[in-house]
Design a protein around this ligand. Sequence first.
Ligand code: PEP
Length: 252
Amino acid sequence: MKKLMAANWKMYKTQREAKETIRELISLINDNMPSEREILIFPPFTSLDVVCNEIKEIEYIHAGAQNFYPAIEGAYTGEISPKMLLDVGCEYALVGHSERRHIFLEQDDLLAKKAHFGIDSGLKIIFCVGEKLEERKAGKVEDVLKEQLKQGLKKIKDVSSPEKVLNIAYEPVWAIGTGEVAGEKEISEAHAIIRKELRSMFGTQANNIRILYGGSVKPENADSIISIDNVDGVLVGGASLSAKSFSKIIFA
Ligand code: PEP
């Protein structure tokens, strides 16, 4: 499985800025893309089309949506459907990002619907899990991660084919956008818990699921994070906004 180097641009970048960043990134990679890695960009909705157009001839870069609503179409003011995302060339989508869970109060039931509907519609899903600081301090990491996986993925039965693709991102809430990075031991333990739970849910199909780490990944720490056992990629927020810094992470 190729390592997935994912950039979450959150609510940053106009169309012009998105185009400049993706062009700069492609020129920095300059045909030297490591064959065992691939890139995924999550622009804001308004720049998805621009990014998809820039990358359509490049097989190692993919685009994803930061959010969607689990319906084909309908009276859901302000929402975007998987069908619309696939239509602009978007292949992936995030579900369960901690900012969606905590700022927009998305609950397990909605996340389960999104994960299932997204995969069924042909989107590749990155399902995010992670504990809060108080949960870590209370020794609840394993319980929290298992519960988030059990609840969020309960409607998904098949992750075995190239059309039904699930990835997990382990993103400890206390490490997102804080500059605080989980240590090697914490990452390795959490990823092992996730892998074990995925095996108990999906059997051998769990081997097809990549587990990414996210939380203050930067050029300075990407090298050691990407070499940790069971880390199949990274999900990068702040440090992915600059093409220079994200390209260093891609080459880490
Ligand atoms: C994220 O948005 O998923 C993330 C990990 O952000 P940051 O890298 O800024 O911590």
